[in-house]
Design a protein around this ligand. Structure first.
Ligand code: ADP
Length: 561
């Protein structure tokens, strides 16, 4: 800024000085010309005064020194000239402007080029009476000096003018330097303050008060600094808290921007991927060699989608949730270590399956012995005990049957689907449930037709469990409908319904709504768990609509797995 200001100032001063110099030269030259004109006029008039009737012309004109004196007859013939010229060769001078002006009675000085001398001259002519008739009683006396003489005066004074000009220019130079230094000094202090502010080292200083405008700027900087410093402090505080929370979250967490670059990662995630903080700012590719993770996360960012999947690395299982943070164009990935949960679940499932197997054999034996006892029993008094054993062993066997089905479903990875007629399966189910249906005088309608690709036993179990519940949790004379479409099955009943709180839990294994437990026997609490597992196995969607006291509708929508 200083340099530029100096250049501009010098340009302005130089232009001013040059204009001033040119004007001075012009005015001096003009003055010199006017002085020269006056001199020529005075000389002409002096010569006219000296002229008498017996003046000898050629001698008279010779006394003129530097000034050229010409005597011209009224008809324009040159009679005498102070310059050594052959006057007979001179052309007629009557048309010369100075001669014309004198002839008109208003003598005027003229600057023009002399043809006879070949230089620029100042001419002035007057009429002088001769007193004799030869020349009509008068002649023209013309005085002239060369313009070059005036230029010579100018050139004499020019060096002095130039020296003066340079001296003034030097003074201006020194003065502007000092002035610019003083003007820019406060800006240097503003710049220093701004630098300190950007480095976070700003400390307010007393305002020196030398420039009102600069003081206002500095006051503004002080205010901005205060606001910024308090915002910085808040941000630092927030960041400390965030860092603390992030480093104490047990789950791995990292955040990507829309270029798939890592903008944030916590220590748990660094541990999972064996990385360090240098990964921040790099593409997600650098985080892991596992294609499942990287590809899924990249796809989610590209298509602005969420995802939930399991990711296996270093012998651990991570339930990985990818979530779009829509207002920020960021994607958050959370990895929860579910290895222990999975192992526990597996152990539970194993125990569940083993216990069911172990219980089934003795129960079947008990049931057999009980039947034998019933056949051979002669004592009426113990019949009620035999009936009770029959009921309980049946219930236990049905429970164990469901437990075995569930654990079998849990261990099923692949299925061998065939085309199953839904209507036929629903009719088989109606047949199986016929005793319960007629016991409660329930109407069970099968509406529509359709097929699905699945294992027939799975389709049967699914419809049986839904329809059995619709009958079991219905009122006498109630209505049940199984509606079949190629896209899914809808099992509707106008029974007791399920409260919103219970609706969230009824798919859990062994969960039974308390009220229905006593009244409606026969249930194992595993029916809907079996339904849920079958749906999960085929990728079907299961949904429930129910209202207490009104009825329930469970929908299974077939989808592509
Ligand atoms: P359960 O063998 O006891 O029927 P389920 O897993 O099939 O076990 O059902 C869990 C619970 O959900 C049932 O005990 C019952 O309370 C409730 N439930 C299921 N279906 C219906 C329905 N259609 N109407 C009312 N309640 C139902």
């Amino acid at each position: 800024m200083k340099k530029r200001l100096f250049i501009y100032t010098m340009l302005i001063i130089s232009t001013g000085l040059l204009c001033f110099f040119a004007a001075s030269v012009y005015i001096t030259q003009n003055n010199n010309l006017n002085i020269a004109k006056d001199t020529v006029m005075e000389t002409a008039r002096n010569y006219a005064d000296l002229y008498t009737s017996d003046t000898e012309l050629s001698a008279f004109v010779k006394t003129s020194g530097d000034t050229r004196i010409t005597i011209i007859a009224p008809d324009g013939t040159v009679l005498a000239d102070s310059r050594p010229l052959d006057i007979t060769s001179l052309e007629n001078h009557l048309d010369r402007p100075e001669v014309q002006a004198a002839a008109n009675g208003s003598p005027t000085a003229f600057v023009r080029h002399s043809d006879s001398l070949g230089v620029d001259m100042i001419y002035y002519a007057v009429t002088i009476p001769t007193g004799y008739a030869t020349f009509d009683g008068f002649v023209y006396l013309r005085a002239a000096i060369p313009v070059a003489k005036i230029d010579a005066y100018l050139f004499q004074s020019l060096p002095l003018l130039i020296v003066l000009l340079l001296a003034v220019a030097l003074l201006c130079f020194a003065f502007s330097r000092g002035m610019i230094g003083r003007v820019t000094k406060p800006f240097e202090s503003v710049e220093r303050k701004l630098r300190l502010l950007s480095n976070g080292e700003y400390v307010p200083e007393p305002i020196d008060g030398s420039y009102e405008e600069i003081d206002a700027i500095i006051r503004g900087i002080d205010e901005v600094a205060q606001v910024l410093q308090s915002s910085f402090a808040d941000l630092r505080d927030e960041k400390t808290k965030l860092d603390y929370v992030m480093s104490n979250i047990g789950d791995g967490l990292f955040v990507l921007d829309d270029d798939k670059k890592i903008t944030l990662i916590n220590s748990a995630a660094l541990g999972i991927f064996n990385a360090n903080l240098e990964i921040v700012g790099k593409n997600v590719n650098y985080l892991s060699n596992e294609k499942t993770l990287v590809d899924t996360v990249r796809d989610c960012v590209n298509h602005n989608e969420d995802a939930l999947f399991e990711f296996l690395t270093n012998g651990r299982i991570y339930l990985t949730a990818v979530k779009q943070l829509h207002d920020t164009k960021l994607t958050m990935v959370v990895l929860s270590d579910v290895t222990e949960n999975r192992e526990n679940a597996m152990r539970r499932e194993e125990f569940f399956a083993n216990a069911s197997h172990e219980l089934k054999t003795p129960l079947t034996a008990i049931k057999g012995f009980n039947e034998l006892t019933a056949l051979n029993n002669k004592d009426e008094g113990i019949n009620k005990y035999i009936d009770s054993i029959t009921r309980e062993t049946d219930r236990m066997l049905s429970l164990i049957g469901d437990m075995l089905k569930l654990s079998e479903l849990e261990n099923t990875q692949n299925t061998t689907p065939v085309t199953v007629s839904l209507k036929k399966t629903a009719e088989e189910v109606r047949e199986t449930l016929s005793a319960a249906i007629s016991e409660k005088s329930i109407t069970l309608d099968i509406i529509g037709d359709g097929t699905v690709e699945a294992e027939p036993s799975h389709v049967y179990e699914l419809i049986k469990n839904l329809a059995e519940n619709a009958v079991r949790y219905n009122n006498p004379n109630g209505r049940v409908s199984v509606t079949i479409e190629n896209t899914g099955i809808f099992v509707y009943d106008d029974g007791i319904g399920i409260s919103p709180v219970e609706q969230t839990r009824i798919f859990e294994r062994f969960y039974r709504v308390e009220k229905s437990r006593g009244k409606r026997g026969g249930g194992t609490g595993l029916g809907l768990s079996i339904v849920k597992h079958i749906c999960a196995l085929y990728g079907w969607e299961l949904s429930l609509k129910s209202k207490l006291g009104v009825g329930t509708e469970i929908t299974v929508t077939f989808g592509k797995k």
